[in-house]
Write a protein that binds this ligand. Structure first.
Ligand code: NDP
Ligand code: HSE
Length: 441
């Protein structure tokens, strides 16, 4: 058989340890599929002495010198499952420039400075694969990067963060508030000790940037993504959504659009939104991920599965390792990005969205007209209005009334300005809930 393809594994935590396990249990099949065995040349970690249980690996392979390991002549492929921006960026740039293929799960780095990695891969003539960086086990990036390259993608809508999907699903199912649902997610091991990256939408925004870059052949970074988390989603918001036959999900949305001059643009955003229960993403519960892709010729495609966890993520890493190992044996490498379209990224204010607004208003003649006038002034068209007694009490003229307004599509800035003006009206006692609406509710 051909001589082995040798791997430098950087990181041996949740994902890395499962990569080691899969390399061990699948060794014969992987060798048969690649045409050469895979061998671990070394494993870089922070603490060599850490108890790693029954990990099927020679302890002598561990090192605290990642750079020294990468530079070794007997290393062909670098697998990075450490995370973070630095020192991971320096390690991977070094490896790629030296012509060593890289497989990484590092969404934060790809979204912050993917350009540094893509440029280094092109310079070194090496593979850069990163399937595990978005939606864990779900084969999603390869379909965008390869299978759909003959098509034109118009929109990608996804649930790409498992922790927040677990929290919102629990709030929907049990009526729990955000804090209570977060506690449950922490107890069950979904949420990390510091859940900020998940609940504030940073994790989803990084994934949105990677998806948008691939879907629209444009370099999109995390800084280009409009981001809102789920910490402000209230029990009242969830009740409003239910009353409309909807639920609330943290969505990542990347879509083509046009600017005022007719030029093609993209908008990329992450925020909670109401979606109808009939939408395919509404039934994605627990900590699962799903991504809905709309393409010109292919039509609608849905990708669903586990977006996190050691073994599911290691599955995606190993798939990439097989691909880059095969390429090395063939003396080839694949272009890691396609950014020729170079579309401009539209600010959130110009993105076309719809709002669902619940108001507590004074119940007297002329109130509806005054409220409608605010929408008209901002050129926002109202789709539906529902009025009832305050707090859903018995019908009849009372002091206050609940007013629920759903708009047609309008620029987000116009919708936000409308809500701002409504808040200042003396006939509006409170703005009980404001949610964006997606998917035709
Ligand atoms: P862990 O924190 O579990 O593991 C990190 C590993 O990196 C540990 O083995 C640690 O060493 C090692 N490490 C940390 N700093 C250094 C350093 N300076 N030098 C050498 N080694 C270092 O992370 P995960 O396995 O959860 O995540 C790894 C990557 O995979 C991240 O980019 C993450 O975003 C991504 N990812 C994770 C998913 C998941 O479900 N966990 C899902 C999808 C992607 P030691 O063991 O000694 O502490
Ligand atoms: N924290 C992430 C999630 C892990 O909850 O989905 C996978 O990237």
């Amino acid at each position: 058989m051909t001589s082995p393809v040798r791997l430098a594994l950087l990181g041996c935590g949740t994902v890395g340890s499962e990569v080691v396990r899969l390399l061990h249990t699948q060794a014969a099949d992987l060798a048969a599929r690649i045409g050469a065995p895979l061998e671990i040349a070394g494993i870089a970690v922070r603490r060599v002495g850490r108890d790693r249980g029954d990990l099927p690996v020679d302890p002598a392979l561990f090192t605290t010198d990642p750079l020294g390991l990468i530079k070794r002549d007997d290393v062909d492929v670098v697998v990075e499952v450490v995370g973070g921006i630095e020192p991971a960026r320096s390690w991977l740039v070094e490896a790629l420039r030296a012509g060593k293929s890289v497989v990484t799960a590092n969404k934060a780095l790809l979204a912050e400075d993917g350009a540094a990695l893509h440029d280094a891969a092109a310079e070194g003539g090496a593979d850069l694969y990163y399937e595990a960086s978005v939606a864990g086990a779900i084969p999603l990036l390869r379909p965008l990067r390869e299978s759909l390259h003959g098509d034109r993608i118009n929109r990608v809508t996804g649930i790409v963060n498992g922790t927040t999907n677990f929290i919102l699903s629990a709030m929907d199912a049990t009526g729990a508030g955000f804090a209570e649902a977060l506690d449950e997610a922490t107890e069950l091991g979904y949420a990390e000790a510091d859940p900020t990256a998940d609940v504030e939408g940073f994790d989803a925004a990084a994934k949105a940037a990677i998806l948008a870059s691939l879907a629209f052949h444009t370099r999109v970074t995390a800084a280009d993504v409009h981001r809102e988390g789920i910490t402000e989603v209230t029990v009242a918001d969830m009740a409003s959504a239910k009353a409309m036959g909807c639920t609330i999900k943290l969505l990542c949305i990347a879509a083509r659009g046009t600017d005022a001059a007719g030029g093609e643009t993209v908008s990329v955003r992450v925020h909670p939104a109401m979606i109808p229960l009939t939408h395919p993403l509404a039934s994605v519960g627990d900590a699962f991920n799903a991504v809905f892709v709309e393409a010109e010729a292919a039509g609608q495609l849905m990708f669903y599965g586990r977006g996190a966890g050691g073994a599911p993520t290691a599955s995606a890493v190993l798939g990439d390792v097989v691909a880059v190992a095969r390429n090395r044996l063939a003396g080839a490498y694949a272009a890691s990005e396609s950014a020729y379209a170079d579309l401009s990224v539209r600010p959130m204010g110009e993105a076309l969205t719809r709002y669902h607004i619940s108001l507590d208003v004074v119940d007297r003649p002329g109130v509806l007209q005054a409220v409608a006038g605010v929408f008209a002034r901002h050129d926002v068209s109202i789709a539906t209005v529902r009025q009832g007694p305050a707090g859903g009490g018995p019908a009849g003229r009372g002091e206050d009334a609940d007013l629920v307004i759903v708009t047609h599509v309008a620029p987000d800035a116009a919708l936000a300005a409308t809500v701002g003006e409504l808040r200042g009206l003396d006939i509006v006692r409170s703005v009980a809930s404001v949610l964006r609406v997606e998917g035709g509710a």
